[in-house]
Design a protein around this ligand. Structure first.
Ligand code: HEM
Length: 142
């Protein structure tokens, strides 16, 4: 059970990185081109990216209860690995997922396509930077 969830969480990370990066690139291209139409199929792409991050969060929350890397006992804050997997990584990833959710929600309320794309670009780009810093690349590449 732990192995399946841990490998799924680790594998889905690549899909999240690719879809979030593409969302940032395409919203920027639409912004630069000052496109007047907010195409439905791009909105679906931004929407699916958000939902994939929700699935990643669900797997992550499950790992909080079963991962041997998560330990909330004596010395939690002094131990870099416990502090990272028990607090820093979950907290910052939830912030990144929150930014994507707020960005998509706010962009729908914008009147023009240019403002919609600008909102998506800003929120998704900040979320991407936060996420790239909080992915344990050493563990992934090992
Ligand atoms: C989009 C968001 C997220 C991404 C891209 C992500 C990515 C990753 C990656 C790449 C690993 C290392 C897996 C490995 O060792 O191969 C990991 C581990 C972990 N993540 Fe996340 N994570 C995300 C969200 C979360 C959230 C929201 C939580 C908890 C609330 C969480 C909890 C954990 C835990 C506990 C581990 C350690 C699992 C283990 O190796 O035993 N993650 N995460």
């Amino acid at each position: 059970m732990y192995n399946i969830i841990q490998h799924s969480h680790s594998g889905i990370m690549w899909l999240v990185v690719v879809m979030l990066t593409l969302s940032v690139i395409f919203s920027l291209i639409k912004l630069i081109k000052k496109e007047e139409t907010a195409s439905a199929h791009w909105y679906k792409f931004f929407f699916y990216t958000k939902w994939l991050m929700y699935i990643q969060a669900l797997l992550g929350i499950t790992l909080m209860f079963i991962s041997p890397l998560v330990h909330f006992g004596e010395g939690f804050m002094k131990n870099e690995g416990w502090r990272f997997y028990g607090m820093e990584h979950p907290l910052m990833m939830l912030i990144a997922i929150g930014l994507v959710s707020i960005g998509l929600f706010k962009s729908k309320k914008k009147a023009t396509a240019i403002k919609k794309n600008k909102t998506i670009f800003i929120y998704y780009a900040i979320a991407l930077v936060v996420m790239m810093f909080m992915i344990p690349w050493a563990a992934v590449m090992s």
